[in-house]
Design a protein around this ligand. Sequence first.
Ligand SMILES: [Zn+2]
Length: 150
Amino acid sequence: MICQACGIEAPTKKVFFVQHIGAVVMFFHKRIGGMFCRDCMRKYFNEYTLKTLFLGWWGVISVFATPVVLLINIVNRLRAGSLAPVPPGAKVPVLTDEAVNRLHPLTSELVDHLNKGKSLFEVAADMAPRAGVTPGQVVRYAQALVAQKT
Ligand SMILES: [Zn+2]
């Protein structure tokens, strides 16, 4: 719902990519993961997979690690394959005063749902159209509530 890489409000899926660079006896690992939008998912898949493909093999351990890393990335890429595109004009959700005013009457309902163990994204998707805000704004609002309490 909110991409953890670029922050825009768009359909997301959980992905995980690894980059492996071999350097004779050493190697370097880098990993990234989270709920990503389709643009970020493609961007990091391409970057991590291409670097691994060209730079991964150059080491004793790396010869064995590289195919595994490539497989992890490809499996993650395929699993996220059905991810819907980023909607045109998608942007980072901002909690405007107007959105806060609209969501304020629904606060107790929101807290109630979350206390009952419903996922924030589920609640946000349900509540956003009723409040006339975007689901991303509901998420931001809930996060602001939590931040206030602590
Ligand atoms: Zn993104």
